[in-house]
Design a protein around this ligand. Structure first.
Ligand code: NAP
Length: 268
């Protein structure tokens, strides 16, 4: 793998979409800071990148904890000098209240029942919101000053169609959906502020649609075929990174066959 001299920090890089993003960025020459809470898994992501000739470090961090986030940023700077790209990917409908992830779709749906608003505890609701929204907030707070100082950098937030107004959701998603809606709006408003400041730092979001991750593994092949693969995020991810005119967008992939096609047909 070649080096492009840039550093990308990816949260939730231990599996699923975040792990795929870490590999994609390493292939593009980025030194990758792979962060998540499960040390063994996040170390595995970094080790696989290094085995292929890329540059990576693993950091154990909970994005909902400010001290962890600051340590993660400090370790990134120590290893690679600066942070050019931040991917705020860590999260999920049960993130913050469940680890490891559910083993099957059935387990996922039955667990979600526990999080119906009428029965969920205040602590669990806030923990899901905190991980999915304040995780993004904390990492952006910690990394943005570095990017402002460099007058360059790109932040990409992974949101969800669960956060889109008038979109069907699974029962039990009030904290998750509300947090993802907040992430989308935060993206738009912060991008606007950055452009008002004359800053070259950009912030965008991707709503990836239904992507097959750990708890979809046991699904019958015909159901699994309805899901995207995590690595399919590559087209839109690289398009955002490489096109300096894209700022404040929330890309969704609900109807198109590929994100790139949607970007071309829906947003250009
Ligand atoms: N899969 C889909 O269909 C889909 C659809 C729309 C949006 N998304 C979004 O895509 C993103 C990635 O989800 P995924 O589907 O790839 O799920 P996943 O396979 O469960 O991965 C979630 C990742 O986030 C990490 N994580 C969770 N809570 C964390 C915390 N507090 N601090 C740091 N890391 C944390 C997990 O690692 P640890 O448990 O080790 O911390 C893991 O690496 C999420 O933001 C999710 O909302 C997914």
């Amino acid at each position: 793998m070649h080096s492009n001299g840039l550093c990308a920090l990816v949260t939730g890089a231990s599996m699923g979409i975040g792990k795929a993003i870490a590999f994609i960025l390493a292939e593009q020459g980025y030194a990758v800071v792979c962060a998540a809470r499960t040390t063994a898994k996040v170390e595995d992501t970094a080790a696989q990148i290094k085995e292929k000739g890329g540059r990576a470090i693993a950091v154990t961090a909970d994005v909902a904890r400010i001290n962890d986030v600051q340590r993660m940023v400090d370790e990134a700077i120590r290893a690679f000098g600066t942070i050019n790209v931040l991917i705020n990917n860590a999260g999920g409908p049960l993130a913050g209240v469940l680890s490891p992830s559910p083993k099957s779709q059935d387990e996922f749906f039955s667990l979600m029942q526990r999080f119906m608003f009428s029965t969920v505890s205040d602590a669990d609701w806030k923990k899901i919101f905190e991980t999915n929204f304040f995780g993004v907030y904390n990492c952006t707070r910690a990394v943005l000053p570095i990017m402002l100082e460099n007058n360059s950098g790109t932040i990409i937030n992974i949101t969800s169609k669960a956060g889109k107004i008038k979109t069907p959701v699974v029962p039990g998603m009030s904290a998750y959906a509300t947090a993802k809606a907040a992430v989308a709006r935060f993206t738009e408003v912060l991008a606007f502020e950055l452009s008002c400041m004359g800053s070259a730092v950009r912030i965008n979001a991707i709503s990836p649609g239904m992507v097959a991750v750990s708890y979809h593994e046991n699904l019958p092949p015909e159901e699994r075929a309805m899901f995207r693969k995590p690595e399919e995020i590559q087209d839109i991810l690289l398009r955002i990174l490489n096109d300096a005119s894209i700022n404040g967008e929330v890309f969704s992939s609900e109807t198109m066959t590929t994100w790139y096609q949607e970007l071309r047909e829906g947003n250009e």
